[in-house]
Every structure is written in structure tokens, then in C-alpha cells.
Design a binder for this molecule. Sequence first.
Ligand code: SAH
Length: 231
Amino acid sequence: MRTITILACFFFLPAVISAQNDYQNERNRMVERQIANRGISDEATLDAMRTVRRHLFVPPQRTSQAYDDSPLPIGYGQTISQPYIVALMTELVEPKPGMRVLEIGTGSGYQAAVLAEIVDTVYTIEIVESLGMTAAGVLEENEYTNVLVKIADGYHGWEEYAPFDAIVVTAAAEHIPPPLIQQLASGGRMIIPVGSPYFTQNLMLVEKDGERVRTRNVLPVRFVPFTRAEE
Ligand code: SAH
């Protein structure tokens, strides 16, 4: 009997340990070293980055790199952004409970999940159908019931649910799409990388106050291009 117990422990313990390895230590370390250390201080953002299991949003063969200080390929020539950039974009739109946020460029669904930890509802649009479908699956499996995914060209925003308290664009556009400015609520903030594809772009913060729109450059960045559906 004792032998059986010992054998059972021997065989099942590693499985139990790996099922429980939720990478919480890796996430805490990521937040401390890559994010808080570089000046991100919004508690809601830091908490969300500690909570969302980034390893579930990367392809299975990338699990061990999920908490690295870099972007990672997610297929179709696209990438999941570096953790610091996700945190920075999140902090800059000043997410709060009760807000409705539009994201353009669902990709893996990770940025949407981070926002969904803080705000009321996230509306996210992806142009590559298989990426959007995969992300919607991961979000659903992990009970992110407050994220709505749509497959479309995000240039036109999501009129049906506008206005949005914040807009996060995660692909580099040559200009700020006018429909997105229109769909931003007064008092709302949009963060968007603007510039030529394949070159360094500027991460821009757009603030709307009534009819007045102010923009400022935050940081040089490199994002995958904002593509357009043929019309
Ligand atoms: N936010 C993502 C990062 C994805 S990379 C994440 O957390 O993983 C940018 C994504 O924008 C890519 O998946 C790309 O297919 C998508 N994209 C590019 N142009 C788009 C457009 N016009 N509308 C919607 N999505 C677009």
C-alpha cells in the first residue's frame, strides 16, 4: 500500500505541480523588473499585468518565452507586444471601472484581456480572421465575458457601440483614422502608433475635449502595420 502511495506521488506530483504552475512568480518578476522599474505606476495597470496569464495568449511553443522582455510572433506575420508596451498603452488611456474601450488589432487578445481586468467592456477588432477567432476562443475559455471581438477593418471603428471612453490602436497607422477620432468620447483618450510601416513610429496620445483634439508624442516605437481591407 505504501509503495503504491509513493509510486502514485512519484508519477502524479509533477503533473500536479505543472498544472499549478500558473507562472505567478514570472508575472510578478515581469511587473517589477520590466514595468514598475521603468516608471509605470498606475496600480490598476500593474495589478492587471500581474493577473493576466500572458502564457495563454502566445503560441504553445512560445510558452517559456511568454514573460520575456520582448514582443513574440503569434503567426500571420503579427506579434504580441512587449509587456512594457502593453502596460504603457494601458496606463496612458487611464482605464477605470465603468469605462468602455475600443481596441484596434486584437492579435492574441492579450491587450484586450489586460484592459478587461480594469474597465467595463472592451470592444476589439481584428482584420486577420484566424487571429481574431483564436483570440476570441482564448478569451472565452478564460471567462473574459466583457470582451467582444469583431473581424473587420478597424479603420472604421465600431459605430454601433460608440462613443468610447478610450481607444487603443496596436498597429502602426500612417495617419489617425478620422472615424476613430469621431468615435472617441469627449474627455476620452486614444493611444496609437503613427508613422510609416517598417520604420520607427511615434506612439501618440490623442485627447479629445469637446470638439478640440490635442495630440502629443510619447515614445518612438515599432509596430506591425495597420493594414486595410480592400474596398
Ligand atoms: N493587441 C495585440 C497586438 C497585435 S499586433 C495583442 O495584444 O496581441 C497588431 C494586430 O493588428 C495584428 O493582429 C494585425 O492583424 C491587426 N491589424 C492590422 N491592421 C488592422 C486593421 N485595419 N483592423 C484591425 N486589425 C488590424
